[in-house]
Design a protein around this ligand. Structure first.
Ligand code: HEM
Length: 547
């Protein structure tokens, strides 16, 4: 008898024979659920003396007309423009889109962000929450919303759905690993950045361009896998994307001939990330489009098959050593988890979750930083000066000295304002305190990239006194656990990069067709006119991919 667990899809649509009934019951369920939810919200809002959050009233049921417009804007407009226009059109700073009859709240209010992350955190069912209060991306995008719900709420293993207690337990187990002791070990970054930069040097010495997004994504995946599993996925040894031999993939360029690009694990991992994003775009209708086959089942199986032996061996080692795993400073995350729990599924689930959370985010930050090196060479020069003064041309950076790089840290902060890799979102009903305000980090020139603004003590005091104006790592009990790791990784790589390379140039002729900004962008207001690539979203922010 099979002991296989039901997949997320099977849980949603439990029995093949019931599928027909299930399909026909959808409209009825939606009408009842949606009407009831709105009634409850309005009633609670009156009781709590709060303002109800304005709801979009489209012409079509489920606001499909507006959803359609937003989706269309994803293809040609500036990043998240379709979402950004909505609050403006409704003359508000917070709005409930009610796309597909679901609550999806977008907000630019620092007060709302604060209430969601802190004061209202425990009221949010299912845990996943957050509204972005940062300066320019005014919405918790619908796409990110769903994909992250899946990523962190038991998408891989339904049993670990992040209900409050399970999430708390899991966070409490992992938390000590992210203490200074563990994340101050920079050896992994040294090994991986040297391999990465050697590849870079081979190309640049021959005057050949390189796809930074591709290279950096391998650096972050190899570093994260070594940190988490103690085994580098070694994507850096696989063929890199080559100008002229690429097309647009779902996330940046991919090789036209992909036969030898990645091993099965990396391939499956990438496929799941893409599927999660697609499901996000499809909203609650995704099970309809996968009615006869759960498309994630196969790649998830590949991932699990790859991880199973690693986890089994670690737990066996623990048994042999009478239940203890040496908890040293150098322990990898897998060993650390095994020292805290014997729960095989918990460990497996955590490894995948952390790999997803750590790879794409830091990749985005590094990609956009290097993109900005090419856009703003004078800022790059200043940063390089700081690095060379501190470490000289080849000294490997130590953890303590990395922390002292003032300009580098401010530069990273400035990036996280411009292009926050993750956009925390909420699709839970919340109430809107009567007095919320929209803060702006800067009074003027908000779209200009000026890292020196972060050197200004007045700005820092302003940000520190209203932290939810700017929260790329989210805030409150569910903020990013890997923030310190991400900063070290980014800083380490940048030091090693700028010790070896002086300046960066675009190679627009090598970009795949369709990946360059439309010439009309030059006449658009704000940041859009400065872009040399097309920023897009697919779970995290990245440079343009196929539609
Ligand atoms: C620049 C890099 C990063 C950024 C901008 C970032 C941002 C975020 C944000 C905004 C959240 C909250 C998501 C939400 O509320 O929707 C989050 C959660 C999380 N991040 Fe990060 N992250 C980064 C790197 C990392 C790294 C390197 C790791 C692991 C090594 C990591 C692990 C996690 C985990 C596990 C969570 C879920 C925490 C929980 O639910 O308790 N992140 N991150």
């Amino acid at each position: 008898m099979s002991t296989r667990k039901p997949t997320s899809f099977e849980k949603t649509v439990p029995d093949y024979r019931r599928r027909i009934v299930w399909i026909f019951s959808i409209p009825l369920k939606i009408t009842i659920r949606s009407g009831y939810a709105m009634w409850v919200q309005d009633k609670e809002s009156r009781q709590l003396n709060t303002k109800p959050i304005p709801r979009i009233q489209g012409r079509l049921p489920g606001n499909l007309d507006i959803e359609w417009r937003v989706m269309k804007s994803f293809k040609g407009d500036y990043i998240l423009q379709g979402f950004a226009d909505l609050p403006r059109e409704h003359n508000t700073t917070i709005l409930n889109t009610r796309f597909f009859w679901d609550d999806q709240i977008i907000s630019m209010d620092e007060g709302v962000t604060y209430s969601v992350f802190f004061t209202g955190f425990s009221h949010l069912k299912g845990g996943y929450s957050g509204i972005n209060g940062c300066k320019r991306v005014i919405c918790g995008g619908h796409l990110i919303n769903y994909s992250y719900t899946y990523a962190f709420s038991g998408f891989f293993e339904p049993d670990y759905s992040m209900e409050d207690n399970a999430w708390k337990k899991s966070r409490a187990i992992a938390r000590p690993f992210f203490s200074k002791d563990h994340i101050s070990d920079v050896d992994i970054f040294e090994r991986t950045s040297i391999i990465t930069l050697d590849l870079f040097a081979v190309r640049s010495n021959k005057g050949r361009p390189i796809d930074i997004q591709d290279l950096v994504s391998r650096f972050t995946l190899d570093s994260a896998s070594e940190f988490l599993f103690g085994r580098r996925l070694d994507t850096l040894s696989r063929p890199l994307t080559e100008p002229g031999k690429v097309k647009l993939g779902l996330k940046g360029s991919i090789l036209i001939d992909r036969s030898d690009e990645f091993d099965v694990f990396t391939e499956a991992f990438g496929r799941v990330a893409v599927l999660m994003t697609q499901r996000g775009a499809q909203g609650p209708t995704w099970p309809l489009l996968e009615l006869f086959k759960d498309l994630t089942e196969e790649p998830i199986q590949v991932i699990m098959n790859w991880l199973d032996p690693l986890v089994k061996v670690t737990l066996k080692k623990k048994m042999k050593s009478l239940g203890t795993v040496p908890e040293t400073k150098d322990a990898i995350f897998l060993d650390f988890l095994a020292s805290q729990t014997d729960d095989f599924e918990h460990i497996r689930y955590e490894l995948v979750t952390y790999l997803i959370a750590s790879r794409d985010t830091t990749e985005t930050l590094l990609t956009f930083i290097i993109y900005f090196f090419a856009l703003y060479p004078n800022v790059c020069e200043r940063l390089r000066e700081e690095i060379l003064t501190t470490f000289g041309p080849d000294q490997p950076p130590s953890y303590d000295k990395l922390k002292g790089l003032k300009y580098l840290h401010r530069w990273s902060l400035a990036h996280l304002v411009m292009f926050p890799p993750v956009i925390p979102t909420s699709n839970r009903p919340i109430h809107f305190p009567r007095r919320t305000q929209r803060y702006n980090l800067w009074e003027k020139n908000e779209d200009e990239f000026l890292p020196e603004r972060w050197l200004d003590e007045k700005t820092l005091t302003n940000v520190n006194s209203t932290p939810f104006m700017y929260c790329p790592f989210s805030g409150g009990p569910r903020n990013c656990i890997g923030q310190g790791f991400a900063f070290n990784e980014t800083a380490y790589f940048l030091v090693r990069l700028l010790q070896r390379f002086k300046a960066f140039k675009f190679a627009p002729r090598c970009q795949p067709t369709g990946s360059l900004p439309d010439p009309v962008w030059k006449r658009k207001p704000g940041r859009q006119s400065a872009e040399q690539i097309v920023p897009a979203i697919n779970m995290t922010i990245h440079s343009k991919s196929s539609d």
